[in-house]
Design a protein around this ligand. Structure first.
Ligand code: SF4
Ligand code: SF4
Length: 387
């Protein structure tokens, strides 16, 4: 067997790119056992071992750069929430990816996505001038000094035809409750969360800085996000770039409006509904009760709790750039999630993240369960219960 090459330069480079807690790891392996890759069969599952990957990164050793493995982590945070040393595993994965992408070695499958984000300001190949097409004939106010909130719509919901329905439902709910809000429009760029997670630091910094300058220039003080990924990156990665605003995920604002008596859902929906906790709303942001409290406001709904829920929720596999990956049928985390919901007799599986809707919808189709189980974004469900 050939000896492995240890590179102190590589080790330092990974640390500089975000992997500075690699050395805290004591190699206990708890992370590996908690990872959802342990729950599915297949080649990636056989090869993917987060403890081992971090060992290689710790030593700056060749081997971590196998892209099918390095880019398999969905950054779900299941492992790091339970690490006894508090190792920032997601940042370590990001640092290792950045050491490749920063050197011009992005995986071929990601190049069109990164190229689109460079050219269009979003990774979905959507022309900038069509960013607001999702609104259709909705009367959408522009953000200005007279508006309390800036509504930042995730690029996925701007360009993905299924996801535009979510954005439209959120607008309907906000308008129904009389919220003062507006959008900026075609000048907005992607928040960059997933682009940074796949390791493109430079692209992230460019997009984030242009958003910070734009939002501050418009006088934004409070932001409503439609996606928990945007919420997380605005909260954790934008402040050091000068972006400091009051942030709410749309579910948090809706709960507040309900508590203030400004929003109610009088229409009865006779359904058994389960809630899938998105990783970036739940484990990453600690928001668990809010979506459940909102569902309780709709009469006729029978909530069903999934066995794996809240901090133990199972990832849909759409984070960390995996929304752009092709996992073979039978190897998708989302399929396990559909089985969880079907086992509970749920007729609807609600969630509050555009990536989760996408991944769960695909999984539902691949298991041919779409006649038994409807995948729905919580905003769509709540909008159905408006008068
Ligand atoms: S759980 Fe933490 S300490 Fe244990 S191997 Fe994983 S990263 Fe290292
Ligand atoms: S973040 Fe999630 S997918 Fe990535 S290694 Fe940890 S548990 Fe596995």
């Amino acid at each position: 067997m050939e000896p492995k090459i240890v590179s102190l330069e590589m080790r330092e480079y990974i640390a500089e790119m975000g992997g500075d807690t690699l050395n805290w790891c004591m190699q206990c392996g708890l992370c590996t056992n908690l990872c959802p890759w342990r729950l599915v069969p297949g080649e990636t599952s056989e090869k993917f071992n987060i403890r081992h990957m971090q060992r290689l990164g710790q030593m700056g050793m060749e081997g971590f750069e196998d892209e099918t493995i390095l880019f398999a982590c969905s950054t779900c945070s299941m492992c790091q929430t339970n690490c006894p040393r508090g190792v920032k595993i997601v940042d370590n994965v990001r640092g290792m990816r950045a050491s490749l992408v920063g050197a011009g070695m992005a995986p071929a499958s990601l190049r069109p996505i990164l190229g689109s984000a460079h050219a269009n300001g979003n990774p979905w190949s959507g022309p900038r001038e069509k960013r607001m097409d999702w609104a259709g004939d909705l009367e959408l106010p522009s953000f200005g000094p007279d508006k309390e909130y800036f509504l930042y719509v995730c690029c996925h919901s701007c360009y993905d035809p299924r996801s535009t329905k979510t954005a439209r439902s959120i607008v309907r709910l906000l308008q129904h409750a009389g919220v003062s809000f507006g959008v900026i429009g075609t000048e907005e760029s992607c928040c960059g969360e997933s682009l940074r997670k796949v390791g493109d630091e430079e692209l992230f910094l460019n997009l984030a800085q242009s958003n910070v300058d734009l939002f501050n220039g418009k006088g934004v003080k409070k932001i409503i996000t439609t996606s928990p990924h945007c919420l997380w990156t605005f909260a954790h990665e934008y402040p050091e770039l000068g972006g400091q605003w009051e942030l709410v995920h749309y579910t948090q604002l809706l709960e507040q409006l309900v508590n203030e008596g400004k929003l109610s859902f009088p229409k009865s929906l006779q359904k058994k509904v389960a809630f899938h906790d998105p990783c970036y709303l739940g484990r990453h942001s600690g928001i668990y009760d809010t979506p459940r409290n909102l569902m309780k406001q709709v009469s006729g709904l029978t909530p069903q709790e999934l066995q794996r829920r809240e901090a133990s929720s199972l990832c849909c596999a759409g984070g960390g750039g995996r929304i752009w990956a092709e996992a073979p049928v039978g190897e998708r985390f989302g399929e396990l999630r559909i089985q969880d919901a079907v086992a509970k007799g749920a007729q609807m599986l609600a969630t509050a993240c555009p990536y989760c809707v996408n991944m769960l919808t695909d999984a539902c189709k691949s298991l041919e369960k779409q006649d038994d189980l409807e995948i729905i974004e919580l905003a769509e469900l709540l909008a159905e219960a408006l008068p």
